[in-house]
Structures are given as C-alpha cells and as structure tokens.
Write a protein that binds this ligand. Structure first.
Ligand SMILES: NC(=O)c1ccc[n+]([C@@H]2O[C@H](COP(=O)([O-])OP(=O)(O)OC[C@H]3O[C@@H](n4cnc5c(N)ncnc54)[C@H](O)[C@@H]3O)[C@@H](O)[C@H]2O)c1
Length: 336
C-alpha cells in the first residue's frame, strides 16, 4: 500500500528525511509540519507539492495520514509520538526514542496496544559499514568479541535539551548492541559541563557485557578535530571502522595475541601476531534510504524493522542509566 506521511520538523535532519521519503515510490509526503518560519519557507520552495503547516493537529486529524515521522529535538519526541499513536498513526521517530526510560517504556507499550509500528531512526544500522561488521561477526570471522572502543568527537552543536551522551552515544550504543547481541551487565559514565546550563559537553561511557566484553565510548562537542572511529577487538581479528573515510571505512587487521600462564600465575607469556590488513567492499548506498524503505515495508507487512522499538528501548535504558551514573559520582549501575 502506498502510505501517506506527515513529517514534523524540517531542521538539520528533517531535511534529509524529507528528501529520502520524497524519493520513494511507496509513499507520499502529504504534510511537513514546521513551526520555524524560515525552515517552513525553505520547505515550500523545495517541495511545491507538499503542504507545509505549523499546526501538528492538522496531521493528526487528517484520517488519510498513515504515519508520522518526527525529526524534532529530543525533549519533544515523547509528546509528539504519544499523540500520533493515540491518533492511530504509525510512528518513525528520530534517535533517541525519548529522553527518559519511563517515557520510552510508555511509548512502546502504547504502540503495542494500538497495534501500530513504532520505529526509531538509528541510521547507522543501515550503513554499509555496520551491515558488513554484523556479517563478519555472524560468520565468526572476528572470533569472540572482547572489546569495542569508540570515539565520536567534534566541535559539535551544543544541544539545549540533552547532554552529549543523549546526542551522540545513541549511534554507538545502537551499533554495539546490534552487532554484539549480548546481555548487558553494567553501565558507568563520567561527564563534565563547561557551560552555565550544566549540560555535559564531554562524557565517557563504559558498558560491560556478559563474557567479559567491555565497550567504551568517548563523546564530545568540544574537539577541534572530527573523529568517528570504532575499534572492535575479537579473538581472531581486529576491526577499525573509520566513518570519516570516504570508501575504505572498514579495515580488518589480522592482529591479535595469545597468552599462557607460567607455573607462577603472576607471570604470563604473551605472543603477538600482526598479519595482513584487509579492506572489504561495502555497500555505499545512503543509509537513510534503506531506513526509510524499512519503515514503509514494515508498516505494510507488519514486520519488525532492523531498528526496532526494543533495540531503541535498550538504547534509552543505557542512556538513562548513564545519566544516573554521572549524577552519582560515576557509580556503576547494574543491569543484572
Ligand atoms: N539519525 C541521525 O543521524 C541524526 C542526525 C542528526 C540529528 N538527529 C536527530 O534528529 C532530531 C532533530 O535534530 P536536528 O539536528 O534536525 O534539530 P534542528 O533543531 O535542526 O531541527 C528541529 C526542527 O524541528 C522544528 N520543530 C520543533 N518542534 C516542533 C513542533 N512541535 N512542530 C513543528 N516543528 C517543530 C524546529 O523548528 C526545527 O526546524 C533529534 O532527535 C536528533 O537527535 C538524528
């Protein structure tokens, strides 16, 4: 079925969503709702056939609208998504799902009760790089994963509603949970604010998973250089995922180590291995197109998207715990 969409927010990311959904044959964007005058004017200029409105109720009350796509600041996600679900619309909302775990749980159960799709745009799950890493893990090419170490820093836009972890870490957490698929044991975070509003602009998040797996994320809005790099260490291979590389985003290092304890267990012998570096070919299609297609297909087929609500709920659970950890002197929050 060809779906009728209403998209809320034509800011930085909303423009990308409108462009992608507008290119699909499987849907029509009937409305864009934008309350900022200049963004609304720009939308009207670029998309003559779309009705640009400033009142959200217009989208909700139009019974021909099947789904609402929400690309507004994080602290508005809960209210806008809840209204859309209550008006029996399917919902695609930007990451993170909400700004608290309590709100996220409420939305997930509302969507279930209403029998509507609630999906979150964790865009990275649709990138060629992450799809390739997932494939490598599933085919046991990397071995048992031991660690993930991610750096996501730049001179970024200070958000007014959420800290740097809520802004940037959803990408890392969604990638990590998606490729690991392991039970989370604990969450610990530390962060600092250098502004009067006390919203942390630098933060470090550490997650522990079963099987002694550790993941560490460094997120910052105040770095002079832009780095988007994730290291994934396995018992067979180590992967460097550099998202700033135009094509060679993934490099697989045949590097590793083996160790054995001597009789005296305070001493161990470690043998290092450094072998070839392999650069696999990855799909370079725009991730947002695949994400948009997944949403439309899953509404039509009543199926589960890659970036489904349960994954999104786990992301918010971790962010919520990270915030509690920061506020309690980096206490380790147990998920056992
Ligand atoms: N998936 C990604 O990679 C990615 C990248 C960037 C941003 N995002 C997410 O996208 C969302 C929006 O971020 P952004 O950077 O585009 O913000 P933005 O401030 O640039 O744009 C938000 C737009 O929403 C409009 N808006 C806000 N409330 C509204 C309402 N009630 N009705 C109508 N219009 C309203 C604002 O006027 C603004 O134009 C956030 O959740 C952010 O986390 C996702």
């Amino acid at each position: 079925m060809r779906l009728n969409l209403g998209i809320v927010g034509f800011g930085y990311w909303g423009k990308n969503l409108v462009r992608n959904f507008n290119n699909l044959d499987s849907c029509d964007i009937k409305y864009v709702c934008e309350k900022d005058f200049s963004n609304a004017q720009l939308c009207k200029k670029l998309y003559k056939k779309i009705n640009v409105v400033s009142n959200y109720s217009t989208l909700l009350e139009d019974e021909s609208i099947d789904a609402i796509v929400i690309a507004t600041p994080v602290d508005t996600h809960f209210t806008l998504s809840k209204k859309a679900l209550n008006y029996n619309k399917h919902v695609l909302v930007e990451k993170p799902l909400t700004s608290s775990y309590k709100e996220a749980l409420e939305l997930v159960s509302l969507a279930e009760n209403k029998n509507k799709l609630l999906m979150v745009d964790h865009t990275f799950l649709y990138t060629g790089a992450v799809i390739k890493i997932k494939e490598l893990v599933e085919k046991n090419k990397i071995g048992e994963i031991q660690y993930l170490d991610s750096t996501r820093i730049n001179l970024g836009l200070f958000q007014h509603d959420v800290n740097v972890l809520w802004d940037l870490a959803p990408h890392d957490i969604s990638i990590c949970n998606y490729i690991l698929d392991k039970k989370l044991i604990s969450v610990q975070a530390v962060g600092v604010s250098h502004t009067d509003n006390k919203i942390e602009n630098i933060a470090y998040l550490t997650l522990k998973y079963e099987n002694n797996i550790i993941a560490h994320f460094n997120c910052s809005w105040v770095s002079p250089v832009k780095i988007r790099q994730m290291l994934i260490g396995g018992t067979k291979k180590m992967v460097v995922y550099n998202d700033m590389e135009p094509t060679e985003k993934i490099k697989i290092y045949d590097s590793g180590y083996s160790h054995k304890s001597k009789e005296d267990i305070s001493e161990i012998l470690v043998d290092y291995r450094t072998g070839d570096i392999n650069v696999p070919k990855i799909n370079i299609n725009e991730a947002l197109t695949l994400m948009a297609e997944d949403f439309i297909n899953c509404v039509n087929n009543k199926s589960l998207p890659v970036s489904n609500a349960l994954l999104a709920l786990e992301v918010v659970a971790i962010l919520d715990a990270a915030e509690r950890s920061i506020n309690s002197n980096s206490k380790e929050i147990s998920f056992n």
